[in-house]
Design a binder for this molecule. Structure first.
Ligand code: S3P
Length: 432
């Protein structure tokens, strides 16, 4: 892929898309398998840059990860106390999930380690994990009063369970605490302001660790070992499916079947919102992939209408707001996004980036401190836009371009972070 890609408009998207593996679940599968003492096979793993950052970090601590021709992984864990001190700095690349989850896992180990990442990751807030982990008796330090990576992690002496009220709904923070809590000398109770994705809790259960949920609180008892399943089949990522859900909704004459989409209720805010906007979406073939629910989804073109997306649903669609902003530009009336200030600390400030880049195409979109106000429907023009080196920005801009007058996207290769085949899949679905 070059430094710039030009997306030309299409008259329709038709076909079947096999949705690539879920990024969140892929990370967790490698981390937990690395702590087990038998082999785990992982199928439909997301072979994208973020998940490879996790593989490389776990390999640096002695975990063996092999890949067959079909892309399935075989992971030979080192046992619950078997990770070894990495020789060098661990590089989480662009991946917030890798660095934040590893703070919890590494904080509880009896060896020294250092975690860093790319320029974007080194600007993202780390105090949110360091604060609760410090309460657990762990010692982590970072730049600027421990607000940013690189992070130095001192060998743990003792890990203490805590009761913690999370100030933000964040699955990464929750998971960092839960990973450290596995090694604690007493139970940990975490309370969330709003439910965030629960893949860690579900995967803990898959590895024989019971997690109890009572209302907004999660309780974890420490363990001495993890019991690995023989096979983990990763569901498709609804956050990747989201681009096709929106594209097929707003491009006339479209009909797509999205195969193997994870429909964990902590992730399906995008389905609820698009349906409320009037989208033609049918969920079929519901089934289980381990402890995660999956389904196929049929989506066709329809006239959307604007709605208000309130704070309480944000954690269930946190990564989908850039593409939902595109949907809103094609909807009748105003769409308002509220309570989404967390978007300012993602791979880029997504509220700012969405407003700036879609604005270049002529969109009437206004940034508010915690969200967006979007007026639809809009006549969008061809424009030269920038991905901000953010995978979800690049794909959202591509969807806007394919549905309108085309778009040029600078630095499109960041799609490798979560959906390396995105542009190739688009070429296969377009009808012109
Ligand atoms: C993720 C949690 C979310 C999400 C990210 C993946 C995870 O981040 O935005 O893409 O795998 O736990 P926060 O926990 O910071 O909200």
């Amino acid at each position: 892929m070059g430094e710039v890609i030009t997306i030309t408009p299409t008259t329709g998207l038709v076909g079947t898309v096999h949705i690539p593996g879920d990024k969140s679940i892929s990370h967790r599968s490698v981390m937990l398998a690395g702590l087990a003492d038998s082999q785990v096979k992982v199928t439909n793993f997301l072979h994208a840059a973020d998940c490879w950052s996790t593989i490389n970090c776990m390999r640096a601590m002695g975990v063996t990860v092999e890949q067959d021709e079909e892309g399935a992984l075989t992971i030979a864990g080192r046992g619950f106390y078997g990770l070894r001190e990495p020789d060098d700095v661990l590089d989480a690349g662009n991946s917030g999930t890798t660095i934040r989850l590893l703070t919890g896992l590494l904080g509880a180990q009896s060896f020294f380690s250092v975690l860093t990442g790319d320029a974007s990751l080194r600007k993202r807030p780390m105090a949110r994990v360091i604060t609760p982990l410090t309460k657990m008796g762990l010692t982590l330090m970072g730049r600027e009063q421990s607000r940013y990576a690189p992070l130095a992690i001192i060998p743990a002496k003792q890990v203490t369970g805590i009761e913690y009220d999370m100030p933000v709904a964040s699955a990464q923070v929750k998971s960092a605490i839960l990973l450290a809590a596995l090694y604690a000398d007493s139970p940990t109770i975490i309370t969330e302001p709003l439910p965030s994705r629960d893949h860690t809790e579900r995967m803990f259960e898959t590895f024989g660790v019971p997690v109890t949920r009572t209302g907004a609180s999660i309780t974890l008892e420490p363990v001495q070992k993890l019991t690995a399943p023989e096979l983990i089949n990763i569901p498709g990522d609804i956050s990747s499916a989201a681009f096709w859900l929106v594209a097929a909704s707003i491009i006339p004459n479209s009909r797509l079947t999205l195969v193997n989409v994870g429909i964990n209720p902590t992730r399906t805010g995008i389905l609820d919102v698009l349906k409320q906007m009037g989208a033609d979406i049918t969920v079929i073939n519901e089934r289980w992939s381990g402890r995660e629910p999956v389904a196929d989804i049929s989506v066709g073109s329809s006239q959307l209408k604007g709605i208000t997306i309130g704070a309480e649903i944000i954690p269930r669609l946190i990564d989908e707001i850039p593409v939902l902003a595109v949907a809103a530009l094609f909807a009748e009336g105003q769409t308002v996004v509220q309570g989404a200030e967390e978007l300012r600390v993602k791979e880029t400030d997504r509220l700012k980036a969405v407003t700036l880049e879609l604005g270049k195409m002529g969109a009437a979109i206004t940034e508010t401190p915690d969200g967006l106000v979007i007026e639809g429907p809009q006549q969008l023009n061809f424009a030269a836009c920038y991905s901000h080196h953010d995978h979800r920005m690049a794909m959202a801009l591509a969807v806007a371009g394919m549905a309108a007058q085309g778009v040029e996207i600078a630095e499109p290769d960041c799609v490798k972070i979560s959906y390396p085949d995105f542009f190739a899949v688009f070429s296969g679905l377009r009808q012109d």
